[in-house]
Design a protein around this ligand. Structure first.
Ligand code: ATP
Ligand code: MG
Length: 625
């Protein structure tokens, strides 16, 4: 029965999984994906914002720097310096105090910002008119002409591209045209910027970029200009980098995406090409760091799903106990009933559906048990009726046979009795003439005995085979016994047999054929006398008992004679079965026939060498009879 339990539990669990856990899993997965999307989107926005912030700062910063150089270019003393230089020529100009004054101004301006590497004034022909650092390499070896041309063209301060000098450091240059009052360009103010000092402070502000984020600037030839968060400056000096973000930015595009950065890490990056500076700015942050809150969410979702799963399992177990256990009980009880144990009942409590099912089952079992009991009774009574029918049928067949045999025997015996009577009569006449001691007298006596025995046999045969009509009347049992013993008087008197009788006072009379019943008793007592020998004792008892309103009388004839062997006991009612020399073996068959004709019964119990009891069971006469 356990498999039913298991099956139901499994089905319940699968059902609960289907309606609870699976939807939760799908929902969890959906939620996870949505949250992931939102997180990534907001990270993109944040990174984009940080990038724009940097862009904005740089723009302000460079505006300030350009403004510085513009102010220098417009300072009257600087203009004067340049004007004087143009008028006086190189040698005379050097004698003036103007270069020193200009130098002081330049030194003061440079001191304004750490970005400034040097401040310089160049003549239109490229001579250094004043410089904070006139002998420095970046001044001496750098070709500023392109920048001056751009300044000449626009007439405004311009910013040159970032470039590396022999010291491997990155520099940028700002140039502003110095004009006369009339607007003629007579010189250029040039500021050399230390790119690191200019850009790095801005890029180092990593607010909002966590532990893995950074902002950096890349030159057109894919070199990282600013300080890297992950690589030392010496590592970035000569390297050219190529990532999706860098490539897209160099291609002049602006955007945000997920790609692998120059460290091989998956990042969310935002990139922009800044044509005014001729470089690209990139802001990146590790995807794993961005998605790290997802780990917590994922753990929470897994725990929720697991909790729902465990709850489903517990619920399934509880439900299976609550639902399947009673079902199992019903299944077991029905199995027991199918095995024939109708007393099987299911214990129940409460008033729920299970209790109703159990109660109905019990009442069904009760009805079934009652039905089966009544069917069994009916079957038993049917069986009894069938057996009685069979017995009656047998009796009918027997009586039909007996009737046929009886007719034959009657006619044969009738035909034989007359000659036999004639033989007996003639023998008796002959006997009168014989002397008693004569030898013939002895033969005569044998012949007479044989004839008498033949006569008895014919009489018994007639009694047994002839159908008889019972002449019923009230028969007193006392009287019946008296008359029977009287009839046997001659037999009793020649023996020392003691016959005692214990008949109750209250024995009711029989409604029977008195002659036939006497014949019964005579035969039974005669057999007892013959079995006990010379000094036997015979007891005739009688008692009555009331059964279902009927008086059942039993007359028992008990002797202490030879007894009957168990083998013979089976045959004593068969016609012609006898163990006696002069017996016909028709005594007991006639007795049985008479008893059955009255509806009475006879039974014999016996033990060899101890004695025999013959019981005659009869019904007392009813008052209406
Ligand atoms: N009381 C008894 N004790 C011992 N044997 C008995 C007794 N009654 C009957 N029998 C046995 O049953 C046999 C059949 O008895 P049954 O009365 O039919 O015939 P029978 O007595 O032999 O002959 P018949 O009655 O013609 O004289 C007997 O021969 C005897 O063996
Ligand atoms: Mg007999």
């Amino acid at each position: 029965m356990l498999f039913i339990d298991k099956k139901i539990s499994r089905r319940l669990f699968s059902g609960l999984l289907l309606v609870a856990v699976v939807p939760i899993c799908i929902m969890d997965y959906g939620i996870y994906k949505i949250v992931q999307k939102v997180v990534l989107r907001s990270a993109c926005t944040q990174i984009e914002t940080v990038k724009m912030d940097h862009e904005h700062h740089l723009s302000i910063w460079f505006k300030e720097l350009l403004n510085d150089i513009r102010i220098i270019s417009q300072l009257p003393c600087i203009r004067e310096l340049c004007g004087t230089h143009k008028l006086m020529g190189e040698n005379d100009f050097a004698k003036t105090h103007l270069p020193d004054l200009a130098k002081e101004i330049l030194i003061m301006t440079r001191a304004k910002s750490p970005s400034y590497k040097s401040m310089n004034i160049f003549s239109t022909s490229g001579e250094i008119l004043a410089s904070t650092d006139p002998h420095s390499d970046e001044i001496l070896n750098f070709d500023h002409q392109a920048l001056f041309d751009a300044a000449l063209k626009t007439g405004e301060p311009v910013l040159g591209p970032a470039h590396q000098h022999s010291d491997q450091m990155w520099y940028m240059s700002l140039a502003a045209p110095i004009k006369t009052q009339e607007g003629e360009i007579i010189a250029y103010a040039l500021a050399v910027l230390d790119a690191s000092a200019t850009l790095d402070p801005n890029m180092k502000d990593r607010f909002g970029l966590g532990k893995t984020g950074e902002a950096y600037v890349v030159s057109r030839n894919r070199q990282i200009i600013t300080e890297s968060r992950f690589l030392s400056r010496s590592e970035t000096v000569d390297r050219v980098f190529s990532t999706e973000g860098i490539d897209m930015a160099i291609a002049g595009k602006r955007g945000t995406g997920i790609y692998t950065n120059y460290m091989g890490r998956k990042v969310i990056g935002s990139y922009t090409w800044l044509p005014q500076y001729n470089w690209a700015i990139l802001v990146e942050m590790g995807e794993d760091e961005i998605l790290s809150p997802m780990k917590t969410i994922r753990t929470a979702l897994i725990l929720t799903t697991a909790a729902v799963g465990v709850l489903s399992l517990l619920l399934a177990l509880f439900m299976s106990r609550r639902v399947s256990l009673p079902i199992i009980r019903v299944a077991e009880a029905s199995h027991e009933i199918s095995e024939g144990h109708f007393e099987q009942r299911i214990p129940y409590s409460g008033t729920d559906e299970i209790a109703v099912l159990s109660r109905n089952f019990n009442s069904m079992a009760e009805k079934l048990a009652n039905m089966i009991t009544s069917l069994r009774h009916k079957e038993a009574s049917l069986q009894k009726a069938y057996e009685e029918l069979l017995e009656i049928q047998q009796q009918l067949i027997q009586s039909e046979k007996m009737a046929a045999v009886g007719e034959l025997v009657t006619s044969v015996v009738h035909e034989m009795r007359n000659p036999l009577s004639s033989v007996k009569l003639n023998l008796q006449i002959i006997g009168r003439t014989l002397e008693k001691k004569d030898l013939l007298a002895e033969h005569y006596q044998i012949a007479i005995d044989q004839v008498s025995q033949l006569e008895k046999m014919f009489t018994d045969l007639l009694n047994y085979s002839k159908p008889f009509n019972l002449q019923k009347g009230l028969v007193s049992i006392d009287r019946l016994v008296d008359e029977s013993l009287l009839q046997l008087q001659s037999l009793i008197s020649c023996r020392a047999t003691t016959i005692s009788r214990k008949l109750g006072d209250n024995l009711p009379p029989l409604w029977a054929d008195a002659d036939k019943m006497r014949q019964v008793l005579v035969n039974v007592v005669k057999n007892a006398i013959e079995a006990t020998g010379q000094e036997g004792s015979i007891e005739i008892t009688g008692h009555v008992k009331n059964h279902n309103g009927k008086n059942l009388i039993t007359i028992a004839v008990t002797d202490n004679g030879t007894g009957i062997s168990s083998q013979d006991l089976k045959r004593i009612f068969q016609p012609f079965f006898t163990t006696k020399k002069k017996g016909t073996g028709l005594g007991l068959p006639i007795v049985k026939k008479i008893m059955e004709a009255h509806g009475y019964k006879i039974s014999v119990s016996s033990e060899e060498a101890k004695g025999t009891v013959v019981r005659l069971k009869m019904q007392g006469a009813e008052t209406h009879e």
